[in-house]
Ligand binder design. Structure first.
Ligand code: PAF
Length: 288
């Protein structure tokens, strides 16, 4: 049932958050966290609904993490819409919006970096040096700060999801990492905060990325050669008006190892540029 609350309480300090989560755990509640950088769209709200379905208490975090940006310009341009985000969350019934300031997350002298070796190589990692170290560092902190039993992340950022799943396992963080399927527009375009930056003609061309991935998946699952399916998908994306394909690869779903044949559950992942906007998407591929 959706809540009648008109605002979601905002917590800014870790000590206050820990007091709340300690009380909730003593009461026997299962706590979920949905980490975000704000600018919430339906994809984020789907994560919150998935969290509400499995937990008694849900914390949404909002922190624009400077450590995961590749340039100060990108960081400065990132939308900050806290009030609108809180208003979108209120009807859903999330218990708390944890929105710490920069000093709370990275106080003077902060010196630790979390790196998940291997999984951060290639795909987006090849084009965004240091990005996943920033993600892994902030997510490790958020999982610790919230003491969440469950953490919800979108499959849209599949490499990120794999990295977070591994860091929770490797660092013995007692939080189950839950991947939530990508939410798509009616025409197949994966929801992303970047979609609003597309000019109308580019928005019309944008679904070609998802369409090409789905067609390549069908061809591979039907037993066709992976290399041919990938070449056709690349060509279809460029023909639709994308200016470049950064990567389009088949990787094993669990450890992101490169695959030339779909012999195990896999993922076809791509990043491509359209009208100066970088879009990413991926689809699951079952063994042929
Ligand atoms: O996916 C995101 O929005 C961010 O990378 C995350 C997980 C909130 C960490 O800052």
């Amino acid at each position: 049932m959706e809540s009648t609350l008109t605002t979601t309480p905002i917590v800014r300090h870790v000590a206050e958050l820990r007091a709340l989560t300690g009380k909730w755990h003593r009461e026997g509640a299962r706590i979920a966290v949905v980490p975000t950088m704000g600018a919430l769209h339906e994809g984020h709200l789907t994560l919150v609904r998935a969290a509400l379905a499995r937990a008694d208490r849900v914390i949404v975090t909002l922190f624009v993490n400077p450590k995961q940006f590749n340039s100060p310009e990108d960081l400065a341009a990132y939308p900050r819409t806290e009030e609108a985000d809180a208003a979108k969350l209120a009807p859903l019934g999330a218990d708390v919006l944890f929105a710490p300031g920069g000093d709370e997350m990275y106080p003077e002298g902060f010196a630790t970096l979390v790196r998940v070796n291997g999984l951060d190589q290639g795909l987006c990692g090849a084009f965004r040096p240091g990005h996943f170290d920033g993600v892994a560092t902030v997510v490790t902190k958020l999982l610790n700060q919230t003491s969440a039993d469950l953490g919800f992340f979108g499959e849209k950022d599949f490499q990120q999801l794999a990295i977070i799943t591994r860091l929770a396992r490797d660092l013995d963080i007692p939080c189950e990492i839950v991947g939530v399927p990508t939410v798509r527009e009616a025409d197949g375009l994966a929801l992303s905060s970047r979609n609003v930056r597309l000019a109308p003609e580019d928005r019309a061309a944008a679904p070609a990325l998802a369409a090409a991935l789905h067609a390549a998946r069908d061809a591979i699952e039907a037993g066709g050669p992976v290399e041919g399916a990938i070449a056709e998908a690349r060509a279809a994306i460029l023909t639709a008006g994308y200016s470049g394909v950064e990567y389009l690869e088949l990787r094993r779903a669990d450890d992101l190892a490169r695959m030339t044949e779909a012999t195990a559950p896999a993922r076809l992942l791509a990043a491509a540029w359209l009208g100066g906007v970088r879009l990413i998407d991926n689809v699951a591929v079952s063994p042929a």
